[in-house]
Design a protein. Structure first.
Length: 414
């Protein structure tokens, strides 16, 4: 990460100083393409949606509808606590004013990431939503048509052709490109490569961020009842993302471990991205871990805190109930991680690199701020005034106490 931070610092500085000119230079340098307008014209969005394969359109609609149903249940309402007659504290949930949502390009096309970022932001009530995705040489410098179509389906009209660290900086500082103005955002969310993660770390404080996403991870906790073909397919599905992807099987069954290892070799050789998958599965980040029993297996997966955790055991629900650290938990033979990637209704923007021990995946909550509203009458303040003054004096902050006591003197009440 330190190397990446050094690499992105001059990029962020250039975008801050030179705005769209720097963004255009970096687009040519890193993506090999730059469109006429950094902001994707409305006609291009409309054209992308019109040209979308009908089956893909229908699948995206299902994904959007199910994600909206799940995320709608995450909405927060204000709560009022009365401490005494006339003394209340209300917690209000206020959406951030403006967000920048990053959708990666690179080895694959991720319209599902558009869905996973946009839906919770919309349900939270964010008033201004912008999406960025890398320029594509094969699309006149605009992001991939399927990305643009997903934005159009969701009603997102502000979409930019910019990728990598420069996109995060563009959102953080804002820029003007001809007659188009990208206002700075309050929050940036969405996955990306190490340079995107480094830019998020560098600019945290200028903007809020969801997380610093790393390579994807899957852990499978399984016993002898699990299907070796299911386990192998699920490990391969995550290894397909990236040569650095981690795929880990934790099991108390030597027989299952052996059969999964055989199935992985066979299935990986027959799939499209076999080279990438083989590198990921052969890396030190991937392994088959044998444990004495499922209780010890739980110790391992809780310590690992995987982004995705599948439970494929005889009593999967009960075992899942003992998991404390995971980005998302998939229970049983018919809830593979791929379901969560696209159509479970859950969010697939999840903590990686062990961060699931302290962080959550993207949700409506990610786009909300809890604000306490304190409303006290004179009588309610009088009830607790002595304690406030005492604590202020204990902290050697007498002016804090005087700010209360003055309200009960003749001078203060004039």
């Amino acid at each position: 990460m330190e190397t990446a931070l050094h690499a992105v610092e001059p990029i962020a500085h250039a975008v801050r100083e030179r705005g769209s000119a720097a963004l255009r230079d970096f687009a040519q340098q890193y993506d090999g393409a730059c469109p006429e307008h950094l902001r994707v014209p409305a006609a291009v969005l409309t054209q992308a949606l019109a040209g979308l394969d009908p089956d893909v359109r229908d699948a995206l609609r299902v994904s959007i509808e199910r994600a909206r149903r799940v995320h709608a249940d995450q909405s927060r309402s204000a709560t009022v606590t009365e401490l005494s007659p006339g003394g209340t504290v209300t917690e209000r949930w206020i959406p951030v004013d403006r967000v920048g949502l990053y959708v990666p390009g690179g080895r694959a096309v991720y319209p599902s990431s558009v869905v996973m970022n946009v839906v919770p932001a919309q349900i939270a009530g964010v008033g201004s939503i912008a999406v960025a995705s890398p320029p594509q040489r094969d699309n006149h410098g605009y992001p991939h048509p399927t990305i643009l179509a997903a934005c159009a389906l969701l009603g997102v009209e502000e979409v930019y052709a910019m990728g990598g660290a420069q996109a995060i900086a563009g959102f953080a500082y804002g820029f003007t490109d001809g007659s188009d103005v990208c206002e700075p955002v309050s929050l940036v969310t969405g996955p990306g490569n190490i340079y995107v993660a480094a830019a998020k770390r560098l600019l945290k404080g200028v903007i809020g961020i969801d997380a610093e996403a790393g390579p994807t991870e899957i852990a499978v906790l399984a016993d002898a009842t699990a299907s070796p073909e299911f386990v192998a397919a699920d490990l391969i599905s995550q290894a397909e993302h990236d040569p650095l992807a981690a795929a880990v099987l934790v099991t108390d069954s030597p027989d299952l471990a052996e059969r999964v290892a055989e199935a992985v070799v066979r299935r990986a050789a027959a799939t499209k991205h076999s080279e990438r998958i083989s590198v990921a599965l052969g890396g030190e980040q991937s392994a088959i871990v044998l444990v004495d029993d499922i209780a010890h297996g739980l110790d391992v997966v809780n310590a690992y805190a995987a982004e995705h955790l599948e439970i494929l055991t005889a009593d999967a629900q009960a075992v899942a109930g003992r998991v404390r650290n995971a980005g998302a938990i998939f229970i049983g033979a018919y809830a593979p991680v791929s379901l969560g990637d696209y159509a479970a209704g859950s969010n697939h923007v999840l903590p990686t690199g062990g961060c699931a021990c302290h962080s959550s995946g993207l949700s409506v909550q990610s786009f909300l701020r809890g604000v306490h509203v304190i409303d006290y009458t004179r009588e309610a303040l009088a009830e607790v005034a002595a304690q406030v003054v005492t604590l202020a004096e204990a902290e050697d902050l007498p002016a804090h106490g005087e700010a209360v006591s003055v309200r009960f003197t003749a001078v203060g009440e004039r």
